[in-house]
Ligand binder design. Sequence first.
Ligand code: ZN
Length: 197
Amino acid sequence: MADHEHEHEHDHDHDELTEAEAQAEAERLVRKEIALSQIRQYGDPALRMRADEVESFDEELRKMTERMTALMHDADGVGLAATQVGILRRVFVCTLLDEDRVLVNPVVTPVGKETESEPEGCLSLGPIRVPVERHTRVTLAAFDAEGSPVSLELEGQDARVVQHEVDHLDGKLMLDRTDAESRREALGLLRPRLVLS
Ligand code: ZN
C-alpha cells in the first residue's frame, strides 16, 4: 500500500508541468508543426522521383544538410531524405546510435538473408504506421558532407532507418513494401487528407 501511494505521488509530480515546462512543450509542438509544413507530404510528386547522384561537395550541400538536420529534429524524426524537401539529390540525414549523420550517395547492401517486420512511420505520411519487412543487418557505404567516405555496419533499428531513407531516394515509400491489407488501411486514412489539402 505504502509503495502504491508513493508511486501515485511520484506520478502526480510528473503530471504537473511548471509554467516554463508547459511553455517549452507548447513551443516544441509549434516547431514540429512548422517543420512538418516544410516536408513534402504523400501525394507530392517529388516523393516518387529518383534522386540524382551528388557530384560536388560544396557549401550549398553543407547548408542544405544543416537545414535538413534541423528540420528532422524539429519534426521529431530519426531520418529525412532530400526528396522529402523537394531536392532530387542522393542525400539523407539521420540519427544513428544517437549521432547525427549526413549520408551522400548512399549504397546499402544486405548482410545475410535475415529479415524482420516492424511498424514504420514516415514524416511524409502523417500518422500512418505500417509493418515493413527489412533486412536485419546491412552495410552502408556513403560519403559525409565533406566528401569523406563513410562505411558502417548496422543492424536492427539503424539498419531499418537507412533502408527506409535509401528507398526515398529511389522514389519508394513504405506503403510499397507493406502487405495489401495494411496498404489499404493506410490509404483510407491518407485519402481524406488529400481532399482537404
Ligand atoms: Zn520516410
